[in-house]
Write a protein that binds this ligand. Structure first.
Ligand SMILES: [Zn+2]
Ligand SMILES: [Zn+2]
Length: 387
């Protein structure tokens, strides 16, 4: 069965919502305008319950099926926030806000889930309850966690959760997914190397933190190449190297290094944290300097559950005829927090041959809307079939 006809009819309307969100991007938890529109539309569609302010600016809508005897409750999630990027697409509905842009397609995700909610509230052709979840702050703020911490799963009795992300480079409107670990845990670290500054022409009277930090940067590469199991996946990147003096002729007293760690298993996550600390303090001590390391664990690994992934594949095939195996992604995704609370699955819908997400040239392709909406709606109708 191809995409649902109703979504072909609704595509222009959903596209107009998407472009309005695109023109008015909001960052992190500041998604006030977007959340307001989402809540207003959910009420207009006739949702049985609409609650704002979950996870600060998140919105939750409840749609009951024709019957509720199954007792099933399924959560469908979309993210609403944009990125601090200056848009360079040249589209007529480009961002009106400097340094804010829907460069990850969350405008498309929000519009597609709203479209699915409109259809589900109209038809209610299922036995159970759907909870539509619109979260803020996916891009670094952990909005999914804040919604969970507000007791969302318990309050609405959510039993399973499903999410979707558009994916550039994947054929438009096609689907791809994988069971198990899918998106990486995303951690950050900061190392401050303190030596003794002085005149650059008298290095023997200093403890030079630049030379020591350079050795640390090199040695950190051995975590991936010599410490981690080569068949596993790990990224340890140093992304910032800042000296405390910018002069040509001064050896600075201090260097600050920053970076990110991406892993797909708890073992590698622990390994990276331990080795970064050992390498930095060990090298600094050997050179009579001091290193202080702070390591923060941010998003956990996003793990798709086997049974719900199989079901998501079946639904994707019914919508698009096929479902590919997605590659592992070393980027992070905070839907991981929801999948840690409830079984579920996260799928990629193709955005065609476009710029990658997080690029100033990226744009969500509105022609993915019928496929994305159909997948959400079919998840509900097939998982909780009406008698
Ligand atoms: Zn993103
Ligand atoms: Zn995203």
């Amino acid at each position: 069965m191809p995409v649902k006809n109703r979504f072909a009819e609704l595509q222009d309307e959903i596209t107009a919502w998407r472009r309005d969100f695109h023109e008015n991007p909001e960052l992190l938890f500041e998604t006030h305008r977007t959340a307001g529109i989402v809540a207003e539309k959910l009420r207009e569609f006739g949702c049985d319950e609409v609650t704002e302010g979950i996870g600060r600016t998140g919105v939750v809508g409840v749609i009951k099926g024709k019957a509720s005897g199954s007792g099933k409750v399924i959560g469908l999630r979309a993210d609403m926030d944009a990125l601090p990027i200056n848009e360079n697409t040249g589209v007529p509905y480009a961002s009106k806000t400097p340094n804010a842009m829907h460069a990850c397609g969350h405008d498309g995700h929000t519009a597609m889930l709203l479209g699915a909610a409109k259809y589900l509230a109209e038809t209610r052709n299922f036995d159970g309850t759907v909870v539509v979840i619109f979260q803020p702050a996916e891009e670094g703020g952990g909005g999914a966690k804040v919604m969970c911490d507000d007791g969302m799963m318990e309050r609405w009795g959510i039993q399973e959760v499903y999410g979707m992300h558009n994916w550039p480079g994947q054929p438009l409107g096609s689907f791809a997914i994988r069971p198990g670990p899918f998106f990486a845990a995303t951690d950050t670290y900061e190392v401050v190397v303190t030596g003794r500054g002085g005149h650059a022409a008298k290095p023997h009277e200093t403890i030079d933190p630049v030379v020591i930090s350079a050795q640390i940067v090199t040695a950190l590469q051995s975590i991936a190449s010599r410490n981690a199991d080569p068949v596993s996946q790990i990224v340890v990147s140093v992304t910032s190297f800042v000296t405390s003096s910018q002069a040509f002729n001064v050896i600075p007293p201090r260097v600050t290094l920053r970076g990110t760690v991406r892993t797909l298993s708890p073992e590698n996550r622990d390994l990276a944290e331990t080795r970064i600390s050992e390498i930095c303090t060990g090298i600094a001590n050997a050179m009579h300097a001091e290193a202080t390391v702070s390591y923060s664990r941010n998003y956990p690994v996003m793990v798709n559950h086997d049974e719900q992934t199989d079901f998501a594949v079946e639904v994707a095939k019914s919508v698009a005829g096929d479902c590919a195996e997605a590659p592992l992604v070393m980027g992070g995704e905070d839907f991981a927090f929801m999948l840690n609370e409830r079984p579920g699955a996260y799928i990629l819908v193709g955005n065609g041959d476009t710029a990658m997400v997080h690029s100033p040239e990226y744009n969500f392709d509105d022609n993915a809307i019928p496929a994305g909406c159909s997948w959400y709606a079919e998840i509900v109708e097939r998982r909780m079939p009406a008698a």
